[in-house]
Design a protein around this ligand. Structure first.
Ligand code: DGL
Length: 298
């Protein structure tokens, strides 16, 4: 099975696209609801929690894990891939939602060598809306800059949005917040519209319509779930050893938090009913397979 991780509910927007794109695969979703949100935490905390969450999915039997959380991927993906995985789990892989976004902007494969990079007509100005933790990591400007230095990347933190969305806040309240963040972005740009906007937080697809309404007409808004799903499909074609077919199609939902609460809110993010199971619980997993010795994260 393929592990999908988010700090809480947000990654369900990505999981929905993954299931649509790869309906015959088996996915295990883990939301670290007990410790969410990650977005306003210090970088070291985000890294520690992300590593523990990946360990959790590995313990459930996943050999491939997608970090479906920008805050986690921006702070931890490279570090986990380079400093931890080769010694701790050489036969497993971690992917992250940041990569397909950077590839879409630059038109370059993530792993392309600098010498072999093609020149492409990349957009001139890209705006990134994200959590404080993603913005502070600078991962998007750095990774885009390595591949397409001609692109200007402007970041705008939207620190209240995750809490508002998670709380199911009134649409008018969310609209006011989104318009304020778009206003702050436009101030940074002296009123010149960006060419492309990335909603680089997995919660934001739920309010993409409000971003579209608040942004100047004609600005392209990238759909992260769709890009991530296409990218995973290509990855699995190149790496059939991680195909995630074993056990048959299905999705299991695990949480470090309260399963009932996670299930109620989760359905809005996933777009269909979900039933979370608390990790460490004794019930049989909802899609019919008992997880292998689930661990507790401290
Ligand atoms: N899902 C996270 C992201 O994509 C944000 C939620 C949080 O702050 O934990 O960045």
């Amino acid at each position: 099975m393929i592990g999908v991780f988010d700090s809480g509910h947000g990654g369900l927007t990505v999981l929905r696209a993954l299931v649509d794109e790869l309906p015959d695969r088996r996915f295990f979703y883990f939301g670290d609801h007990a410790r969410a949100p990650y977005g306003n935490r210090p970088a070291e905390d985000i890294h520690r929690l992300t590593q523990a969450a990946v360990e959790q999915l590995f313990a459930l039997g996943c050999r491939l894990v997608v970090l479906a959380c920008n805050t986690a991927a921006a702070n931890s993906l490279r570090r986990l891939q380079q400093e931890w995985l080769p010694s701790a789990h050489a036969d497993r892989r971690i992917l992250g939602v940041l990569v397909p976004m950077v590839e879409a902007i630059t038109g370059q494969a993530w792993t392309a060598q600098a010498s072999s990079r093609r020149r492409v007509a990349a957009p001139r100005t890209v705006a990134v809306f994200a959590t404080r933790g993603t913005v502070a990591s600078n991962a998007y400007p750095v990774e885009i800059g390595k591949r397409a230095p001609e692109v200007t990347v402007v970041q705008q933190a939207a620190p209240q949005l995750v809490d508002l969305i998670e709380a199911g806040a009134d649409k008018d309240l969310i609209r006011t917040a989104v318009h304020a963040y778009v206003g702050q972005l436009m101030d940074q740009l002296d009123g010149r519209p960006p060419d492309v906007v990335m909603l680089a937080c997995t919660h934001y697809p739920l309010v993409a319509d409000i971003f579209a309404e608040a942004l100047p007409t004609g600005v392209e808004v990238l759909s992260q779930p769709r890009l991530v799903a296409g990218s995973l499909a290509l990855y699995l074609r190149r790496h059939p050893e991680f195909d995630g077919i074993a056990g048959g199609p299905g999705v299991c939902f695990y949480t470090s938090g309260d399963a009932g609460r996670a299930s109620c809110l989760g359905s809005a993010f996933f777009g269909r009913p979900v039933a979370f199971e608390a990790v460490g619980g004794t019930h049989r997993a909802k899609c019919g397979q008992r997880p292998a010795s689930p661990m507790r994260i401290r």
